[in-house]
Design a protein around this ligand. Structure first.
Ligand code: SF4
Length: 156
């Protein structure tokens, strides 16, 4: 069974935020809907999904996608490079995980992919939701992300 990291109709985590469709976001950012899908498939972000399966984006999601674009076009990072940076988020400390989970988690210290890009982390298996997780929330707060990773993310 594929375990989705995506929020399915949890209005409490949106608290009145305006949600944008992929088409609106593509238009705003001058990219294609296919590019948004590609970023998602590459594990660069976790979209909000309605129970219908349709994707929606908050303003924070849009800021993060702009940041991804800058990493690609200005910092000349490829997808693997961005994933590598995101994999440096110390999720086991931020949660925190128990020792047993930390030792067996595929998104451990040697991973080159962010934890939400795995379907079989202990937290995902237990049904945790990446969109509302403290780890993924750092991605949507770019200033925090830069501070945690202590790398230059050109997002200004
Ligand atoms: S630590 Fe959080 S973001 Fe990472 S896989 Fe677990 S629930 Fe998802």
């Amino acid at each position: 069974m594929k375990i989705s990291p995506q929020t399915v109709d949890q209005p409490e985590c949106l608290s009145g935020e305006k949600l944008h469709s992929p088409r609106e976001v593509a238009h705003m950012l001058d990219l294609s809907v296919e590019t948004l899908r590609l970023y998602e498939r590459e594990g660069l972000f976790v979209p909000y999904k309605l129970s219908s399966g349709h994707r929606r984006f908050t303003d924070e999601d849009i800021e993060w996608i702009k940041c991804i674009q800058r990493q690609i076009h200005e910092n000349k990072l490829n997808f693997a490079g961005i994933r590598y940076l995101l994999a440096m988020l110390p999720c086991h400390e931020m949660k925190p995980c128990c020792l047993e989970d930390h030792e067996t988690c595929p998104a451990g210290t040697k991973s080159c992919r962010p934890c939400w890009d795995f379907e079989d982390t202990p937290c995902r298996i237990q049904g945790e939701n990446c969109r509302t997780c403290v780890v993924y929330q750092q991605v949507l707060n770019i200033d925090n992300l830069k501070q945690i990773l202590q790398v230059k993310f050109k997002c200004d």
